[in-house]
Design a protein around this ligand. Structure first.
Ligand code: SF4
Ligand code: FES
Length: 249
């Protein structure tokens, strides 16, 4: 089927999300809590658009709105900009000094927040992506704790979690870089826990934590694939190239 986004005709499949169709057609819709690896989060609402269907207009969240018929989509109408401004204002009150939020605030000409008591060190917007990423890996080391203004993401009782493997996937998916992974002197510090980092067996570069490597090794073994060696990405590619050259000699 064909849908129209900002006057551009776009091919779409039934059930596809508006955001994915827009991306494929190089139409920009701002997002925060969307990750291609973990679609369907739908928490920040920054990606709202207006949908016109059979003459009726409605505001929808484009990253979780599946297309079921021929619709017209407007991504940047006055109404949408107005709602987005309010959302950015609230995000800015939560994380006033965060680089990404501040960039959005300036893009939408919103003055710095002065009405609420703000915390300049806060970077988390509680989108939940980190928690979901951890759950999808089957680890469950972090979750949202507390309520209201004290709500935050943490390990149980803010203590070092027995189950955390220090993979850092939580930090990788975080849209506001709120989670800091500190690697120094062969150790990784994350979520109040210190991990030993493993070295690449070929070049000696630090790669990941022992717990993370074991996690990957077990997953791979469960799939019946060969047991892997601890290698950095560079050495992995080099070894693959050498093996291929050997095969086609
Ligand atoms: S730490 Fe990052 S990914 Fe996790 S909830 Fe906060 S903003 Fe979202
Ligand atoms: S990007 Fe769609 S709700 Fe956050």
């Amino acid at each position: 089927m064909v849908i129209t986004i900002d006057g551009i005709k776009c091919q779409a499949h039934k059930g596809e999300y508006i955001l994915d169709i827009a991306k494929r057609n190089n139409i920009h819709i701002p997002t925060l809590c969307h990750s291609d690896a973990l679609p369907g989060q739908g928490n920040c609402r920054l990606c709202i658009v207006e949908v016109i269907e059979k003459g009726r207009k409605k505001v929808v969240t484009s990253c979780i709105f599946p297309v079921t018929g021929e619709i017209e989509v407007v991504t940047n109408s006055e109404k949408i900009r107005g709602i987005r401004k309010t959302l950015i204002r609230l995000l800015s009150a939560r994380a006033p000094k965060n680089e990404y939020i501040d960039k959005l605030r300036q893009e939408y000409n919103i003055p710095p927040e002065t009405r609420f008591k703000t915390d300049d060190n806060e970077n988390c917007i509680l989108c939940g992506l980190c928690v979901r990423a951890c759950e999808e890996m089957g680890i469950y080391a972090i979750s949202t704790v507390n309520r209201g203004i004290t709500k935050k993401v943490s390990t149980p009782f803010d203590e070092a979690s027995d189950v955390c493997i220090g993979c850092g996937v939580c930090a990788y998916v975080c849209p506001t870089s709120a989670i800091k992974v500190l690697d120094e002197g062969g150790k990784r510090h994350l979520w109040n826990k210190t991990f030993e980092l493993m070295k690449c067996v070929k070049c000696g570069e630090y790669i990941t934590t022992r717990e993370h490597f074991e996690y990957i090794r077990k997953k791979i073994a469960a799939e019946g694939t060969e047991i892997i060696e601890p290698l950095c990405d560079k050495c992995k590619k080099k070894t693959l190239g050498e093996n291929m050259a050997q095969t086609y000699k």
